[in-house]
Structures are given as structure tokens and as C-alpha cells.
Design a protein around this ligand. Structure first.
Ligand code: TYM
Length: 374
């Protein structure tokens, strides 16, 4: 059976993802060894997600470092479209963003696009997506961002400043561009046609508020890239720097192929899952193993197609030497899938227990993180 065609848009990711091809198609730059060396000068030991090339592509990251080295500060910008509970895939770019906030002391604008999710989901009310946005904000706070430097923008509540900047952006983007870049159709509602202008706004918010043109770096998975292509075209026309990006790969779902997606809840680990949920989902996961234990011992498994292996790689095994050992043990048939799954489930449960504790504590702190127009 031929591989399903690769599709990567902000609203759909499917097929076998070829990250090298995405760099070519999207016109981004790979993160090279020399760029990593340069980052290391500022961060000390490289973050796991850089060492393991989970963040693999960028635009203008070298320029951000030029500016930083010249004594200019930059802001970080990332976000969430609140369509349901947060899963551990979403945490990947957020954990890395927190690392960047820590090492560069940068302010973070975090956009909650409750408007986007209302517009895109026919059955959603605005109240529903706003309620989910507040639930999701607990997960953002639980990641550990600095309350003094983190500003969560609830889109539907911050119309004033968002709208004023968005119309400046929107005036400089044509319908044909939005149609081509986002794959929108004649039947798309006009709200979603306008929406890319709203997602562009936080790139400029610091510059608008302070009156000083301020560089902006966006860490996110590569599905969000179409927004930045459009925004980068507009930025100089408004007199602002083009926003820079650093892109990560997708944490896969627990099924065969594909990114972790809330639309398939049994192949998805939500941050609010119970220990029983984790045990069940991990136990039922697809693996790179063989049909029988005997075959596995004889021929070994294939970690390159195994979500269980990728979870260790992305999040649940800090030590590089242990990752290498695991990969070899799998390929040599020295470890069986059952054992590997049980160990992983224990780690996920431990991680979620901690996250859920911080998430609960966050309930008393939401106000401290909400962006208000100065
Ligand atoms: P959303 O809610 O689809 O995704 C939130 C963030 O998670 C990333 N992501 C993943 N990363 C790794 N593995 C996965 N399986 C995975 N699935 C999703 C997304 O790339 C994103 O970084 N429209 C946006 C909200 C938004 C935003 C932003 C995101 C507004 N402004 C600026 C990033 C940067 C959305 O719906 O994201």
C-alpha cells in the first residue's frame, strides 16, 4: 500500500512525515551543528530537545542570537488553540519555551486562540472554547513559566489591542494568499479567513506596547509555520522585524503513524488522564515489535516506527546513553515490548502526578498570568 500523502497544515497533519522535505517545501533552515554550538555558548549544556534534534528547523534564529549578543532583548511567543484537553504532545514546545525563558530571561506572550477554535469547529460556542482556554491555561502555568514574564492572551477577551493591530496586518494580506497558504475554500466562513491576522498580532505586541521595535522568537511545532510565512511578509510593511521561528517535530500518537491528536483519544495521553487511562492506552499501543516473543528475540524490533520508543526519546528518558542502550536492546531483541511499555507507563504516571499537582495549584494563580492592555 503506498504511503498516505504527507499533509502538514495548522488544522491537519497526516501521512508519513518527512521533515527534510518539509524544510524544503516551507523554505526554512535546518538547525546545523554550528548553530547548536552557538546556542550552547549561551545555554550551557544543550537542552534535550536540541541535542536530539526534536527542534530541527528555524528561520532567523542566527539573527536572534546576533541581536542578543549585541545586547538587544527579544520576546518569545507561542500558543494554544483550545479545542479540548491538552495532551503531552502540546507540552513539547512549551517545555522548550520555558527553557528559553529561563536561559535568556525573555518575556513570553502566550496566545489562547479561543476565537480560532470557535470559528473552525461548527458545533462550538464561544463560551465553550473560552472555558476550555481557561482549563488549558492551567497546563501552561503547570509547565512552570515565570509569572512576572509570562502573559497569556485570551483572544476573545482582549479584542481592543488585538483588533487594532490585526486590522493593520489584515489590510496587507490578500484573500488569494490566505486561500493558497491555508487551503481555505469559498465556503470557509469569513472569520477564519481573517483569523491569520489575529495569530500574527502577538509577534508585534511588545513593539506596539513599548514603542521599541523588538525581535520575537516563536517556538512551536512546524504545523504552525503557514501563519509565520504570511506574518513575515507583512512585518516590514508595518515597520517591524520579521518574527523568527524555531520548529519542532511531532510527538507521535500511540497508534500506527501520525502525530498525537486529541481527535483519537485512545492514542493520546492527556495531561488529565488517570493512572488507569495511562496503563490501558500504553498497553494497547502499536509498537515496532514482532508478532511473537520468539520472533522478537530472534530478529529484534524496529524502534524507528515505535511510539513507545519515541516517548522515551522525546520526554521520558533524560540520559542519552540510556536511550542508545534502549535502542540497541530493542534492535537486538534483548527487550520485549511488554517490559518496555510497563516501564514507560510508570514514567508517564510519575510525570502526570507531578504535572497534575502543579495544575491544581495553578487554579489560584491564573490572574497573575493574564495579559491586560497596559
Ligand atoms: P495547537 O493547540 O494545535 O497546538 C499547540 C502547540 O502544540 C504544538 N503541537 C505539537 N507539538 C509536538 N507534538 C505534537 N503532537 C503536537 N501537536 C501540536 C503546536 O505546533 C503548537 O505549538 N493556532 C494554534 C495556537 C497558537 C499558536 C501561536 C501556536 C496561537 N498562536 C503561536 C504556536 C505559536 C493552535 O491551534 O495550536
Amino acid at each position: 500500500m503506498p504511503d498516505e500523502e504527507m499533509i502538514v497544515t495548522p488544522w491537519k497533519v497526516s501521512g508519513r512525515i518527512d521533515y527534510r522535505k518539509l524544510i524544503e517545501e516551507f523554505g526554512t533552515q535546518p538547525i546545523t551543528d554550528s548553530l547548536l554550538e552557538r546556542i550552547k555558548k549561551h545555554t550551557g549544556e544543550l537542552h534535550l530537545q536540541l541535542r536530539r534534534r526534536i527542534f530541527f528547523s528555524h528561520r532567523d534564529l542566527d539573527w536572534i542570537l546576533d541581536m542578543y549578543e549585541a545586547g538587544r532583548r527579544f520576546v518569545l511567543y507561542t500558543g494554544r488553540g483550545p479545542s479540548g484537553p491538552v495532551h503531552i504532545g502540546h507540552l513539547i514546545p512549551w517545555i522548550f519555551t520555558k527553557h528559553l525563558q529561563d536561559v535568556f530571561g525573555a518575556k513570553l506572550y502566550f496566545q489562547m486562540t479561543d476565537d480560532e477554535k470557535f470559528l473552525i469547529n461548527p458545533e462550538f460556542t464561544l463560551e465553550k472554547s473560552n472555558r476550555i482556554a481557561y482549563e488549558n491555561a492551567l497546563d501552561v502555568i503547570a509547565v512552570g513559566f515565570d509569572p512576572k514574564k509570562t502573559f497569556i492572551i485570551m483572544d476573545s477577551e482582549r479584542g481592543g489591542i488585538l483588533y487594532k493591530i490585526a486590522v493593520q496586518v489584515a489590510k496587507r494580506i490578500t484573500f488569494s494568499t490566505v486561500k493558497a497558504v491555508f487551503g481555505l475554500e469559498e465556503s470557509s466562513n469569513i472569520g477564519i479567513i481573517f483569523f491569520p491576522a489575529i495569530q500574527a498580532v502577538p509577534c508585534f505586541i511588545e513593539s506596539v506596547i513599548t514603542g521599541e521595535n523588538t525581535p520575537c522568537l516563536i517556538p512551536a511545532a512546524i504545523d504552525q509555520d503557514p501563519y509565520w510565512r504570511v506574518t513575515r511578509d507583512v512585518a516590514p510593511k508595518l515597520g517591524y522585524y520579521k518574527p523568527a521561528q524555531i520548529h519542532c517535530k511531532f510527538l507521535p500518537g500511540l497508534g500506527k503513524g501520525g502525530k498525537m491528536s486529541a481527535s483519537m483519544p485512545e492514542t493520546c495521553i492527556f495531561t488529565t488522564d488517570s493512572p488507569e487511562d495511562v496503563d490501558r492506552k500504553v498497553w494497547n499501543a502499536f509498537t515496532g515489535g514482532r508478532a511473537t516473543a520468539k520472533e522478537q528475540r530472534l530478529h529484534g524490533g524496529d524502534p524507528s516506527i515505535c511510539p513507545i520508543y519515541y516517548y522515551y526519546y522525546y520526554l521520558f528518558e533524560e540520559e542519552d546513553s540510556k536511550i542508545k542502550e534502549l535502542e540497541e536492546a530493542c534492535r537486538n531483541g534483548d527487550i520485549l515490548c511488554g517490559e518496555c511499555k510497563i516501564r514507560l507507563a510508570e514514567r508517564i504516571k510519575r510525570f502526570l502526578t507531578e504535572h497534575q499537582k502543579r495544575r491544581e495549584e495553578a487554579k489560584d494563580h491564573i490572574e497573575e498570568y493574564l495579559f491586560r492592555e497596559p
